[in-house]
Design a protein around this ligand. Sequence first.
Ligand SMILES: Nc1ncnc2c1ncn2[C@@H]1O[C@H](COP(=O)(O)OP(=O)(O)OP(=O)(O)O)[C@@H](O)[C@H]1O
Ligand SMILES: [Mg+2]
Length: 494
Amino acid sequence: MVCYLRGVPRTPNGEDGEEPGLSPLPRPRSIRARYTVVAAVFSMVILTLLGVTLDLTIRYKVQADSFDQAERVASQWSAAARNGIVPHRMPAYPPVDLVQIVDSHMRVVDSSKAASDTVPLSTLRPPPDDRFQRRIECGEDHHCVMLMAIRLTPEADAGVVLAGLPEPSVLSTHRLEHIIAGGILLLVSVAAWTTWALVGRTLRPVEAIRARISEITVSDLSLRVPVPPGRDELAQLSITANQTLARLESAVRQQREFASTTSHELRSPLAGLRTQLEEALTYPDEVDPRETIRTALTAADRLEAIVNDLLVLARLRVTDAPPEPIDLGDLVSAEVKLQPHRLPMNVRATTGLMIRGSRMQLIRVLDNLMVNAQRHAESSVEITVEQDGDQAVVAVADDGPGVAPANRERIFERFVRLDDSRRRDPGGSGLGLAISRDIARAHHGTLRVEDSPKGARFVLRLPLGDRPDGSVHLHPARGALAPARKADGGTIGD
Ligand SMILES: Nc1ncnc2c1ncn2[C@@H]1O[C@H](COP(=O)(O)OP(=O)(O)OP(=O)(O)O)[C@@H](O)[C@H]1O
Ligand SMILES: [Mg+2]
């Protein structure tokens, strides 16, 4: 991985590309190394600035202190000299051990023991209007002396007191800089190591999560990523990842159940068909070929119904047709007219109840409710369309045997057909109500069996008008994948 000083050129597939004229800088791959480098560089810059400031401050302070000491001694002897009370071999006050009184001809009049009594320490001779002067004098051997010169009086032939001390090693060598540089390197190392350790510790759960995710396969979605203690971002990420894994596991389980239920449902009519045909072939004289063909056709009808409904279910999952405004009352009235029916269907529909959705899908719901009602009704079917608050309500009621409360939710599961219905129409697939509820949910509505004085009453509720976001999710709600059950109550594919 490389990066450039100006912008990172990237190819469409996200890989780094080449850009002529820019020099690539190596960039560490791992976040840990990147943070460590950033911390090291940052601390190096800050500490260098601090180190230079510290070095200059110390140098300035030591120099000022040294000159102050020299000035104090020079002042003392200057006062004594003016009063004429300077002893020969002037006593020194370490570290200011070089003291001389020099006359106007640069002759040494008096000196301390460490200073020469013939050669002046310096040619420095302050003018009358500036009696105090400082200087650093360096000899050929590179040893330097910090000198303070005080002119005794403003007169032309006035002597000068020179007081000096060897330049402190802090000023004369680079030891201070070396110590500061060493300290900076040490602190940068500590900062880099601390960052490396801290980022490593912070990212440890990420590595654990990565390792666990790499173990997870479609065949085993039961594993969960470890959740680090606390409620920080990583903990939240792990919790969300686990919730997603749980949903995936459940979706895959439901898909498997769906596949197994479907195979089971397809197998029964196929097995019946096969038996009939084998019998007809084995006992041609005993089996009525017309009867065999009729039974085979019934099985084929059932197979066709199941496959058609499965196709509808599959299409529901991918359809993304734009919703359109629909007058529900008009739609119901039109469908009743088109629907072939053996018993009268009485319609009471309020027109002008506008909803948004897929006309084709809503027709499928209405058709299924009407066919079911016709199948189970004794004498007639009542259909109403009316408004209830902000909902349009379609109720399809018949005067048949009704649906027992215990079965009112079950019949919306895939392939559930109650015994009575099998008897009345063996060709149904048991998918009609599952598809209808899917469609109702996709339209943000509901489809339920509600109480009725006689027979069954299916009630479809849909929100009136445009939704605030104008959306209709024309894909199945979660319930569409609920485990299917056999008509006798057992779950198919268990
Ligand atoms: N009006 C009704 N009265 C009594 N029972 C009903 C009524 N409508 C549906 N049911 C019951 O609910 C079951 C499921 O209905 P659904 O519409 O899902 O399947 P189906 O009508 O049997 O087959 P399909 O609609 O796929 O051709 C029916 O088999 C029947 O037992
Ligand atoms: Mg039906």
